[in-house]
Ligand binder design. Structure first.
Ligand SMILES: *[C@@H]1O[C@H](CO)[C@@H](O)[C@H](O)[C@H]1NC(C)=O
Ligand SMILES: *[C@@H]1O[C@H](CO)[C@@H](O)[C@H](O)[C@H]1NC(C)=O
Ligand SMILES: *[C@@H]1O[C@H](CO)[C@@H](O)[C@H](O)[C@H]1NC(C)=O
Ligand SMILES: *[C@@H]1O[C@H](CO)[C@@H](O)[C@H](O)[C@H]1NC(C)=O
Length: 318
């Protein structure tokens, strides 16, 4: 099979940077106390991990390109309920509870800095989410594309195919550099999470998503259609390996001349799912998006999206 990381078009997926956090400083002055402190810390971590969801078949659902693994998930039944209802019953991070329901939903137990995590996500997406045979060659080396998005023309370069989704997703949420977000806040995790929460509240005030709009199974099933509708907005043909009913039906995709372009609302729904699964997760999404791209002012009325070194803030990719 294709690796689970193969078809990642959203965010922060195969977290290669998962690592155990150093145990917190405890009461190491007394010998026995240290041991029992560490033991408690470990068993707490273990009990959180035990509560995390997992795949029941070990690989997920290739028919969804691993975008919806609910069918083979320990929390299958809860996938069919509004996220709000499920989360209200559990004092647990949503990416833990629903860990691995999609290849971009995976619980990272310890505190990872948003700056580092965003940089790692950029690199892992670059390495793994390309269409077959595609390689990343640097900024603006990919084909130019012009999105026609809600009445505006927006220029970008598709340097890796997931850019088709992520550029417009970020623009639509207002999460590109140059759209008003203070990137420096990423250094302060609690401030960054608080900002994410504000953005989540703004989204909900604008779209008033109902509980029925937020059934995890259905939101996950929109991710590949969102990609197809992003291709449509970019007026680029959807790659043929993606022209299968799972992708084309919910997006109404027939060809690049007969398709539905993505809407702000659909992008907002995808992000709001992450808000409901925990602000740490929506904050991670925002960190990834703001780290990778910016809205450039080229002195004309054209809107242009730049990436990485073309932008004021450069993530630590070394
Ligand atoms: C998340 O699910 C995957 C796939 O089943 C599993 O390998 C991993 O251990 C789970 N993570 C946690 C923290 O439980
Ligand atoms: C981080 O942000 C919080 C507000 O969310 C603030 O209270 C705190 O002082 C900030 N910490 C630093 C080190 O700037
Ligand atoms: C949001 O939607 C719910 C149910 O559709 C409705 O009862 C409520 O009045 C709406 N709120 C706003 C602010 O539009
Ligand atoms: C697809 O077409 C159907 C029928 O015309 C319509 O109800 C639905 O909203 C369309 N979906 C999208 C994503 O445009």
């Amino acid at each position: 099979m294709a690796t689970a990381c193969r078809f990642i078009f959203a965010v922060a997926v195969c977290r290669v940077y998962t690592q155990p956090a150093p145990d917190e400083p405890g009461c190491e002055l007394e010998e026995g106390c240290t041991a029992s402190f560490l033991q408690t810390t470990r068993s707490l971590k273990a009990s959180v991990a035990e509560k995390c969801g997992h795949l029941t078949n070990g690989i997920g659902d290739p028919t969804t390109f691993f975008n919806n693994n609910c069918k083979y998930h320990s929390r299958q039944e809860d996938c069919m309920r509004p996220i709000q209802d499920v989360m209200a019953e559990h004092e647990i991070d949503g990416y833990c509870y629903f860990n691995a329901t999609a290849m971009y939903i995976s619980y990272v137990p310890d505190d990872v800095s948003f700056v580092e995590a965003a940089a790692a996500a950029i690199l892992s997406l670059r390495a793994t989410s390309s269409s077959p045979g595609e390689t990343y060659r640097g900024e603006s080396t990919g084909p130019e594309a012009v999105y026609n998005f809600e009445g505006k023309a927006i220029y970008t370069h598709i340097d890796v195919s997931h850019y088709v989704y992520d550029d417009l997703y970020a623009y639509s949420l207002g999460f590109l550099q140059g759209q008003g977000i203070d990137v420096r806040l990423m250094d302060n995790s609690s401030a960054w999470e608080a900002l994410s929460r504000e953005k989540c509240d703004e989204i909900q005030a604008m779209y008033n998503f109902t509980r029925d709009d937020m059934i995890l199974n259905e939101v996950l099933d929109m991710n590949m259609p969102i990609l197809a509708m992003s291709y449509c907005a970019a007026n680029i043909e959807l790659p043929s390996f993606l022209q299968v009913p799972y992708v084309t039906e919910k997006s109404n995709y027939t060809s690049k001349l007969d398709c539905s372009p993505i809407t702000r609302r659909e992008f907002a729904r995808h992000h709001y799912m992450k808000c409901l699964l925990g602000y740490r997760n929506s904050a991670m999404d925002m960190a990834y998006l703001v780290s990778r791209a910016c809205l450039l002012d080229d002195g004309t009325s054209n809107l242009k999206i730049g990436h990485l070194s073309e932008c004021p803030y450069a993530p630590p990719l070394a």
